[in-house]
Design a protein around this ligand. Sequence first.
Ligand code: PEP
Length: 251
Amino acid sequence: MSRRPLIAGNWKMHLTLDEAVQLAKAVATASAGCSDRDIMIAPAFTALAAVVAAVKETHILVAAQNVSWENQGAYTGEISPVMLKDLGINSVIIGHSERRHIFGENDAMINRRLRAALDADILPILCIGETLEEREAGATLTVLESQLRGGLEQVRKEQAARVVLAYEPVWAIGTGKTASKEQAQEVHAFLRQFLEGLYEKNIAETVRILYGGSVKPDNIDELMAQPDIDGVLVGGAALKAESFKRIICFR
Ligand code: PEP
């Protein structure tokens, strides 16, 4: 089964409005000839509307970096699925390690966000990943299994096929330390097998699994050559048009 590659850039809490629009336009230009892959950028909430407008005539997907599980109400600081749809946003990052570890989001919250996104027909990218401590204790697969079970609770088979997973070892995010291609492939293959047990083979083979953690121009090709790596979620290297361009144009 061939899965369409997805290259996603997470801009985190970076870039002013003008900078975001400029970078979005540069990404659109850089990806002009690449119709065989999905390219996604995730600006901060403040730049979403302007970036959607800037890439309107292109095939670039624009994602939010989080979403509420409620559509409206007294939830200060939250942004709802309805609000995202209103801006023309059809994808969202959920459960990023910074949300989990800095802001205390747990699997139950992440699961509610994920189900709200699916109900609103917004494509969710569910991030999971172990800390260095957990890896060194030999608990990587147990941790991932539990994050996956928790994140996908009550998600039906038909909905699961629309989820994108991102395996992002916490120790590799923003640290310059990338998981080796072998380490990443081993985990991705495990996740696919786990999905098969949770749902069925067809779902496991449909779901795209991205790798994230210090992806750079010099490691993108070897990562994308792995059979179970269907794309990447990129932080730092997505903030510069030149480096993101090289990542988009992986060979
Ligand atoms: C991320 O933010 O999801 C990420 C992987 O960051 P970086 O590429 O900078 O490690």
